[in-house]
Structures are given as structure tokens and as C-alpha cells.
Design a protein around this ligand. Structure first.
Ligand SMILES: Nc1nc2c(ncn2[C@@H]2O[C@H](COP(=O)(O)OP(=O)(O)OP(=O)(O)O)[C@@H](O)[C@H]2O)c(=O)[nH]1
Ligand SMILES: [Mg+2]
Length: 206
């Protein structure tokens, strides 16, 4: 189930330059290791299997892709990190793309970090979390591929993921693009981010 009523692809960019103005809507970016299911998450969340390109081969998303959701906010699909088979120059290029987005995005309000529910967060996931924390970017974690574990394993997996990323368990959500579960709760979480951003702007007299 998903609450998204309208989703549309806006554009792709290979590098976000300083004068990139965005789309005058708040942006929520999706980060995570390559192949964790970022693009599948977007498709499941938007109930549109063809919106973002997915692949069983890691390294599918090679550009920064923007999707407008319900004329309210923009989801940003970023290339994945930690793709072992990529050469150094390719890795540098992808990391440059991710960095340029974080440095130059004018409208970023929050990040969704995806991790595979079967695995403990990697060193790169921890580094990404430290980076977001350092720059004071609100983050929520989604454990993907819920369909790949037994129900009896769930509580343990959530505990391990929360501990590995040093966050509270209530900030870890679970989804499955296979069985299309978990998206309602994620939508509610994103609405909280958008609401608190709006309130922060009011405080500033914006
Ligand atoms: N069983 C299952 N498979 C999933 C799920 N989500 C994604 N996958 C599979 O995982 C693989 C990678 O999915 P993508 O959505 O392309 O992953 P990505 O994170 O966008 O990958 P990059 O673009 O390379 O960074 C695909 O084969 C998907 O079908 C899920 O919830 N359950
Ligand atoms: Mg992708």
C-alpha cells in the first residue's frame, strides 16, 4: 500500500553545480549501498514499477534522478556507494556526484538511508551516517528486502541495524518492494520531516 497519488520523473543530472536551483519543493534524498534497492524503493513507494530503472547488477543508477511526489516534495535517487567492481575513476565520478548533490542542493530537508535487512550496516553506511550527522541533516533508515528474512528474525535485525548506525530502533522502518509493504509508514515519516521543516522556516520568519 502506498499513499502516493501522483509521481513524476523530473530530470537526471550528472553533476549538481553551485547554481542548481532545484525545483522549489523540499527534497528528500535516498542513499545506500549499490544494489540495496533504492530505485526499487522509489517504484514501490510510488506504486509505479517503471518510474526508476532497477537492475540485479549493482551500479544501475549512474545519475542523480529527481521525482516529484504529490506536488509536495521531490525524491532524489542517488547512485549507490560501495560498488566493489567499479574502477577507481568510476568510483570517483560517482562519489563526486553524491558529494556535489549534498554540497549544492538548496532544498534538501532529509535523507533516507537504505540498508539491506539481512546485513549489518557496512563501514560505508556508518561513514555516510557520520557525514549526515556532522552536517545536521535529518535521517531515517529503511531496511529493505523484508521478504528475504523470516518473521522470527525481524526484531533481532532491527536491533542490529539500529546499533550499527547508532540510532534509535524507532527510526528504522522496513519495506519490501517484492510484497509492497511498509510504504504507508514511510510516507508518514516523510510528512513529519516536511512539517518540521515548514515550522523551522516559520520560526525564521520565512
Ligand atoms: N526480494 C527483493 N528484492 C529486491 C527488493 N528491493 C530491490 N530488490 C532487488 O535488488 C536488486 C537491486 O535493486 P535496485 O533498486 O536496482 O537497487 P539500487 O540500490 O537502486 O542499485 P544502484 O542503482 O546500483 O545503486 C534488484 O534485482 C531488485 O529487484 C525487495 O524489497 N525484495
Ligand atoms: Mg538505483
Amino acid at each position: 500500500m502506498t499513499k502516493v497519488k501522483q509521481a513524476k520523473f523530473l530530470t537526471s543530472a550528472s553533476k549538481i553545480s553551485k547554481d542548481f536551483a532545484g525545483f522549489s519543493l523540499p527534497e528528500i534524498a535516498i542513499v545506500g549501498r549499490s544494489n540495496v534497492g533504492k530505485s526499487s524503493f522509489i517504484n514501490g513507494f510510488c506504486n509505479n514499477g517503471k518510474l526508476a530503472k532497477t537492475s540485479s547488477t549493482p551500479g544501475r543508477t549512474r545519475l542523480v534522478n529527481f521525482f516529484e511526489i504529490d506536488q509536495k516534495f521531490v525524491l532524489v535517487d542517488l547512485p549507490g556507494y560501495g560498488f566493489a567492481k567499479a574502477g577507481k575513476s568510476e568510483k570517483d565520478k560517482w562519489e563526486g556526484m553524491i558529494d556535489s548533490y549534498f554540497e549544492n542542493s538548496q532544498n534538501l530537508v532529509a535523507v533516507i538511508m537504505l540498508v539491506d535487512i539481512r546485513h549489518e550496516p557496512s563501514k560505508l553506511d556508518q561513514m555516510m551516517m557520520d557525514y549526515l550527522y556532522h552536517y545536521n541533516i535529518p535521517v531515517t533508515v529503511i531496511a529493505t528486502k523484508l521478504d528475504k528474512i523470516k518473521k522470527s528474525e525481524l526484531a533481532r535485525k532491527i536491533t542490529d541495524i539500529a546499533a550499527g548506525l547508532k540510532i534509535g530502533k524507532s527510526n528504522v522502518f522496513v519495506t519490501s518492494a517484492e510484497t509492497k509493504t511498509g510504504y504507508d509508514k514511510v510516507y508518514e515519516r516523510l510528512e513529519q520531516f516536511l512539517k518540521s521543516e515548514g515550522e523551522a522556516n516559520e520560526d525564521l520568519g520565512d
